[in-house]
Design a protein around this ligand. Structure first.
Ligand code: ZN
Ligand code: ZN
Length: 403
């Protein structure tokens, strides 16, 4: 019984003691459609030597031995009034910090709306720079939670982009296009709700407009600045809490956008050639701020969190998928989400994946295993693996063949 996929990993080539059981497991899984009776294939395996910040303490995501840092919980998409207008956004800065504390968040990224191409107008540039300066000053007054000022660039024709971890006054002073200056100054570009397609609503006649990321959903006539963002963004918001609530009510399926975004992320990592941070956003406009993203940060501050995003050390929605780790025959140290693991082809080459609880292993976009880990797999080509649980989605781990 062979389950094979083009991307490089052959299931059924799992080796050693686990080979036979894995083979049986997949046979049963194919027959009955669900992986019942999957047994744990090895010893209890997760080290518990890492300190984990609230509210993750109860979950205790393991940190591999010798690795500096901690998992932090937070949110990358929170509106705030001002600078957001009072008709759109109810919660002000103090409300936001209070909610963040109550929810056990370590960090929150504030992204008031700015209009598409606002930078073409001198008065708008000045207003955005000033609003960002004020928000930065207030953020610095909070010491127990990392508050990061940014904006949600809201382009009705192309999509919405989170811009953060950068001084917008410096960006707007630069003599180069806005998004190029953001990237050169090491800011983070985050594609918000990429599959928020137009939707009619039973209780709101106008319905929801198209707020999707058009390079993903349409792909034609992409303006130059949007094409640039599409090649340089650091993160995709695969989970938008507000939209998922709407999807549950209107479509009866809160995961519909999440599945589309994850499928696209599986192809984007191949196109871009490296893991991309998969993150979450509450899209809080009133009183719904909650932890939506978990990051592995070396330091509990803005630079630490930004580096975690650049390194794709993230998972979205819930924390469980952050337990996903991989090692290989030539790289015996456990690697975390976002890392690169080297291995070799041939009889001596293998990778081992582990996680806590039930999960689905996705390799180059294909679901190749469902159940508990650890599993050993033979890999025959460069691959991108990620883990899904019922309510948590990890970024990818890259598998690279040594040549
Ligand atoms: Zn938006
Ligand atoms: Zn928003």
């Amino acid at each position: 019984m062979w389950l094979q996929y083009q991307g490089g990993i052959r299931l059924g080539q799992a080796i050693g003691k686990s080979f036979f059981r894995l083979e049986i497991t997949f046979f049963v899984a194919l027959l009955v459609g669900v992986c019942t009776g999957c047994r744990r294939l090895g010893e209890a395996f997760l080290e518990h030597d890492g300190r984990v910040a609230s509210p993750l303490a109860a979950f205790a995501i393991p940190v591999p031995a010798g690795r500096a840092g901690n998992w932090l919980a937070g949110d990358f998409h929170c509106h705030v009034r001002p600078p957001d207008g009072p008709r759109e956004v109810r919660s002000d800065f103090d409300d936001t910090v209070t909610m963040a504390r109550a929810g056990g968040l370590d960090f929150v990224v504030l992204v008031p709306h700015v209009r598409g191409k606002f930078y073409e107008d001198a008065a708008n540039r000045k207003w955005v720079a000033e609003a960002n300066r004020r928000l930065t000053a207030r953020a610095r007054s909070v010491s127990d939670i990392v508050v990061v000022p940014g904006v949600e660039y809201t382009d009705g024709d192309s999509g919405h982009i989170g811009v953060s971890f950068v001084d917008l006054a410096d960006v707007l002073d630069a003599r180069e296009p806005f998004f190029e200056a953001v990237v050169r100054q090491s800011g983070i570009l985050n594609i918000h709700h990429p599959y928020a397609l137009p939707m009619s609503l039973p209780f709101y006649r106008r319905g929801l407009p198209d707020m999707s990321w058009r390079p993903f959903t349409r792909g034609t006539k992409i303006p130059r600045e949007i094409a640039f963002v599409n090649d340089r963004y650091s993160a995709i918001e695969v989970f938008n809490h507000s939209k998922s609530v709407v999807d549950r009510v209107v479509q009866g399926d809160r995961f519909i956008d999440i599945r589309r975004a994850l499928a696209k992320a599986d192809t984007e990592v191949v196109r871009r050639g490296h893991p991309i941070a998969l993150i979450g956003g509450s899209d809080n406009h009133a009183f719904s701020l909650r932890a939506t993203t978990y990051v592995f940060a070396e330091t509990r501050d803005g630079p630490g969190i930004a580096n975690a995003v650049r390194g794709a050390h993230t998972c979205a929605m819930g924390p469980d998928a952050c337990t996903f780790q991989v090692r290989s025959s030539v790289d015996r140290r456990w690697r975390i989400v976002g890392d690169v693991v080297k291995t070799t082809t041939g009889d001596a080459g293998w990778i081992e994946a582990r996680w806590r609880g039930d999960g689905t292993l996705v390799a180059n976009g294909e679901r190749i295993y469902r159940g508990r880990g650890p599993v050993r797999l033979r890999v025959t080509g460069d691959s991108y693996l990620r883990l899904e649980t019922a309510t948590s989605f990890s970024s990818h781990i890259a598998i690279r063949m040594m040549r």
